[in-house]
Design a protein around this ligand. Structure first.
Ligand code: MOS
Length: 707
């Protein structure tokens, strides 16, 4: 047995279990609404019941007369807010109603029940105007914006796609529709806010005085802090935001949401700590949704399958509050070698709730359309759909011409085909009333990285403390950051403690864009490496206060890479369609991913599986319906918005390639939170077509569409 005290086994790549697991399963982990501050009150907002118009009167008398009610805030008397880039946060500032569900009042009371009763007793009168909530491609208000979500140009064209398409010997020209979708994290949005009186004794001069502490369910408490500081006229150092545990998000907690502004307003108004926990029924209209997308995809090819033209045109909606454009044609700029390539977006501002991020915004709906069209082309050509994709593998990123930092899509397709038994399952079969078939689709997601800072401490007892305001949405961030630190420090994992989730810590980037681990890991790696170097230079014991080193990756993370950096993957699905009931079920789902270095196989697998389950929901069960009469979504709870249950999800198989990419960041990871959902719905839809011979170009594949 080797008893040498040399470097411990590497932590990165090992299946370390979640550090917060015991806290969570024993109920000790506290979420934003669970901070039981002494004397706290509760707030409940009042949503608008018209889709467009103005509030003309708010009668609060009935609400204020109820027992335990402390206050009712209205657009006329709520605290005035300072500047903010996000107009969806300007709640209770004016009587305009831009969509149904927009908050028009806020009740504050001693208990959640009293607040809810008070909110129901508020009488709001409106001047309603005619509204328009229906998206269609020929909408007269449609326009092409400058940029789409993510800052990408809305329109790109290389070559003459229309002419190349017209001249192509084999063509597919198809329209696809992806409905509005909702994130519905397990924990609805919640915040607890507390104002403390002017403690520095300077008597004010700080825009109202005092300090503000907020517990928020957010993907990035740093942005919540700076936003609240601006909205409430405080210097940021008087605002503390804590997001210690977050019960899922998938994008809808990526920026501050109105609930946190309302909690702070209510706390200021009443002088009490205030908790607001949005009922799930409010989420659909208030915290964002994946905007519906209408796609036209044209593919032109030679008879050998090589693409000569690829055109992906997307029409989507946004609200009248803010322009948000789902970048669904952007992945078509990355995928296949077509000499003529057109990708463009149009957006229609409607009287609808403001859309926002939902897991793989852009890629998820975009790759549903593109990968469905590739399947249609394979059928038109009589070429195997795996082979068709392989034949169109580009040697550089098609739109930009930049070389890929690494791209192993073909390897994912080949390995997936082998593991799935693709060749052996290419004949559709029948089992009683069931039609059974298989399908494939590619996946891609960009590599993002954002500036972060961190601090590493060596403590006199031989342990280490790493601090960074990162957020763990349930992904295992604490665990993997400890692994990054342990390896950089060259110590065993159990000697490293990680502190995250608090805005007083060195600022980490938002937990979004699958960039958390890469961005935070970079700062943690740099801090720990510097600490090792410092410790090597000094002699003697570590002082009582420890030795600590900061790091900040702003310069390195902002450096523009000469490489096109994306993760890739391949999904394989086996689907059965019941010819009697119209029920479609996934029998098998297998994904293979090339996403750089996989840092923790346990947490990584959960990320991939979670994404694929969400993609399965997108294919078969999930959708929101815009009600044209009311201008709001009809599905606003989990009884009507059908996320897949255990009974809907087969045994999902996930594999990954050992991908080494030197052009990323010190951890070598590409990000894995989103790619699992990309392409899954197309693989399932393609399998449905293989099984039945029917092509349904609108998801989900619910029995009413199938029969
Ligand atoms: Mo993710 S949709 O970037 O939070």
């Amino acid at each position: 047995m080797d008893s040498s005290p040399a470097a411990p086994a590497p932590s990165l790549g090992s299946p370390a279990t979640r550090r917060e697991g015991p806290e969570k399963v024993t109920g000790r982990a506290r979420y934003a609404a669970e901070h039981a501050l002494p004397d706290r009150a509760y707030a409940w907002p009042v949503p608008a019941t018209v889709a467009r118009g103005r509030v003309t009167a708010v009668d609060t008398a009935g609400a204020l007369a109820l027992p335990g009610v402390l206050s009712v805030l209205t657009p006329y008397d709520a605290p005035r807010l300072g500047p903010c880039d996000d107009p969806t946060l300007r709640v209770l500032q004016d009587p305009d109603v831009p969509h149904r569900g927009w908050y028009v009042a806020l009740a504050v009371a001693e208990t959640p029940e009293a607040a809810r009763a008070a909110a129901a007793a508020v009488r709001v009168r409106y001047d309603a105007e005619p509204h328009d909530a229906v998206l269609h491609t020929g909408h007269p208000a449609a326009y092409t914006p400058e940029v789409v979500n993510g800052g990408y140009p809305a329109h790109r064209e290389k070559g003459d796609a229309a002419a190349a398409f017209a001249a192509a010997p084999v063509r597919v020209d198809c329209a696809y529709a992806v409905p509005p979708l909702h994130n519905h994290p397990m924990e609805p949005h919640a915040a607890t806010a507390r104002w403390d009186a002017d403690t520095d004794g300077d008597g004010g001069g700080d825009g109202g005085g005092g300090t503000l502490t907020v517990y928020d369910s957010s993907q990035g408490s740093g942005l919540v802090r700076s936003t609240l500081a601006s909205l409430f006229g405080l210097p940021p150092d008087r605002v503390t935001v804590v997001s210690e545990h977050v019960g899922g998000a998938f994008g809808c907690k990526g920026t501050p949401r109105p609930h946190v502004v309302l909690a702070v307003m209510a706390a200021r108004q009443t002088g009490r700590p205030v908790t607001i926990a949005l009922p799930r029924r409010h989420l659909a209209a208030v915290v964002g949704h994946r905007a519906p997308t209408l796609h036209r995809v044209r593919l032109g090819a030679r008879t050998d399958g090589t693409l000569t033209a690829l055109a992906h045109e997307v029409t989507t909606h946004t609200s009248r509050v803010r322009e948000f454009v789902e970048q669904a044609a952007v992945p078509a700029r990355v995928m296949y070698a077509a000499p003529a390539l057109l990708t463009t977006h149009r957006v229609v501002p409607l009287d609808v709730p403001t859309p926002s991020w939902m897991r793989a915004p852009g890629e998820s709906p975009g790759m549903y359309a593109l990968e469905s069209a590739m399947d249609e082309l394979a059928c038109a050509l009589g070429i195997d759909p795996v082979e068709l994709r392989v034949r169109n593998e580009p040697d550089a990123e098609p739109d930009s011409g930049h070389p890929f930092s690494s791209r192993h899509l073909v390897e994912c397709l080949r390995e997936g085909a082998a593991r799935f038994g693709w060749a052996a399952h290419r004949t559709p079969r029948r089992d009683g009333p069931l039609l059974i078939g298989t399908g494939v689709a590619s996946a891609t997601y960009p590599v993002y990285v954002a500036p972060s800072s961190a601090r590493a401490h060596a403590l006199p007892d031989g342990t280490y403390l790493v601090q960074i305001n990162a957020t763990d949405l349930g992904t295992g961030a604490r665990t993997v950051l400890a692994q990054v630190a342990a390896d950089a420090l060259r110590v065993a994992l159990d000697r490293v403690t990680v502190e995250i989730g608090h805005s007083a810590l060195p600022q980490g980037s938002v937990a979004g864009g699958s960039a958390g681990t890469a961005s935070w890991g970079w700062a943690v790696h740099d801090a720990c490496t510097s600490l090792v170097a410092l410790l090597a230079r000094r002699s003697g014991p570590i002082p009582e206060t420890g030795v600590s080193v900061p790091a900040d990756t702003t310069a390195s993370a902002k450096q523009k890479s000469p490489y096109a950096r994306h993760a890739f993957g391949a999904h394989f699905a086996e689907v059965q369609a019941d010819t009697v009931t119209g029920e479609v079920r996934v029998r098998r789902l297998l994904g293979v991913f090339a996403a750089g270095r996989i840092l923790n196989p346990l947490t990584a697998r959960s990320q991939f599986v979670g994404g694929m389950v969400m993609g399965l929901g997108m294919a078969l069960t999930e959708h929101s319906t815009m009600d044209p009469a009311f201008g709001d979504f009809t599905e606003n709870d989990l009884a009507s918005y059908h996320v897949p249950t255990h009974a809907d999800v087969p045994d999902i198989e996930v594999h990954w390639l050992d991908e080494h990419d030197k052009h990323l960041n010190p951890t070598g990871g590409k990000g894995i939170g989103e790619i699992g959902i990309v392409g899954t719905a197309a693989a399932i839809g393609n399998a449905f077509h293989h099984a039945t011979g029917c092509r349904i170009r609108e998801i989900p594949l619910t029995p009413d569409r199938v029969l």
